[in-house]
Design a protein around this ligand. Structure first.
Ligand code: OXD
Length: 311
């Protein structure tokens, strides 16, 4: 009997399923069920041995009697770690695909800030010839909260730009390209000491509220590409409105960000719609297929989630 892979993605299940069908040899004996809604997933979940998903309606796991493995299509798995899944079901996430795009997002915004790109564009619009001195990343201090594979990709680029790089991590130890590593008990010194604070933190109880934007230094820039729930949004507003910091926010407590949210119109906040590390279906499918090979051979999978740790 063929085995079922349920592919769940509200926006693009068939894109993922088509790519998967192309990469899986027909001899592999899998049936692929693309689902874009809870109703479709409810019909297939009882048969599924593997679920490859993004934002799966997790209560349906209760009906997943044959389930052995859940592969997330992204890096963050805050929904899966609290889902009703027996310990015998493996959960994996994508590790190693987001460092490049998320670093490019972060550096685009840091350079735009240092170079005052908005002012450059505004001067062109006004046909105004008025040279002004831009800032520099070189010599500035970059603080990266969360130095997993994504944070480390940012650290390498920070060094290439001549920045001093600080990191914040759960556990001490050396990290490549990180000049100084702080642990959570030293978070205030980390927060107060950096010019650019980039958070890649996952949404776990330990990370929520760890970074206090009001403790950042005057003129610093906060960039959140991790999860909105980790930094108090009222505190961000207060820090920005006091003129202390500028914020670039790609993630929010509530997504989509409601149209009447004050962040939209705050002059010193840049809002983007959670796009810094969008999953490219072809890359995620390739990652999944490589893991599927390991799964078939009984080898350890890549990106295994520690549900107690939360990622
Ligand atoms: C992810 C994300 O976790 O897109 O992959 O935020």
């Amino acid at each position: 009997m063929s085995r079922v892979i349920l592919v769940y993605n509200e926006a693009a299940a068939s894109t993922y399923a088509d790519q998967l069908a192309r990469l899986l040899p027909s001899s592999a004996g899998y049936r692929i069920f693309p689902c874009t809604s809870r109703e479709e997933a409810a019909r297939a979940v009882g048969e599924a041995e593997i679920i490859f998903c993004w934002r799966f309606p997790t209560d349906l796991f209760r009906e997943a009697r044959r389930l052995r493995w859940v592969q997330a299509m992204g890096a963050g798995v805050e929904d899966l770690v609290i889902a009703p899944l027996p310990d015998t079901v493996l959960v994996t996430r994508v590790v190693g695909l987001f460092g490049v795009p998320m670093s490019e997002y972060v550096f685009a915004h840091m350079l735009a800030h240092a170079q005052r790109l908005q002012r450059q564009y505004a001067q062109q619009a006004d046909r105004l010839w008025k040279p002004f001195m831009a800032g520099r990343l070189a010599g500035a201090r970059l603080g990266i909260a969360g130095v997993g594979s994504i944070g480390l990709a940012m650290a390498a680029r920070g060094k290439a730009f001549g920045m001093e790089v600080w990191g914040l991590a759960r556990t001490p130890g050396d990290r490549p390209h990180v000049d100084r590593l702080f642990t959570p008990d030293q978070v205030r010194a980390f927060t107060a000491g950096v010019d650019y604070l980039v958070s890649t933190l996952p949404d776990t109880p330990e990370c929520r509220g760890l970074i206090d934007p009001e403790a950042m230094k005057e003129g610093a820039v906060l960039i959140n590409v991790g999860r909105g729930a980790t930094i108090d949004e009222d505190a961000i507003l207060r820090a920005v409105r006091s003129g202390r910091i500028h914020a670039v926010l790609d993630v929010f407590r509530q997504e989509p960000l409601p149209p009447d949210h004050p962040f939209w119109t705050e002059p010193n906040i840049t809002v983007t719609p959670h796009l810094s590390g969008l999953t490219r279906p072809a890359e995620a499918v390739e990652y999944f297929v490589a893991n599927l090979g390991r799964f078939e051979r009984g080898e350890p999978l890549v990106g295994v989630v520690d549900r107690d740790r939360g990622y």
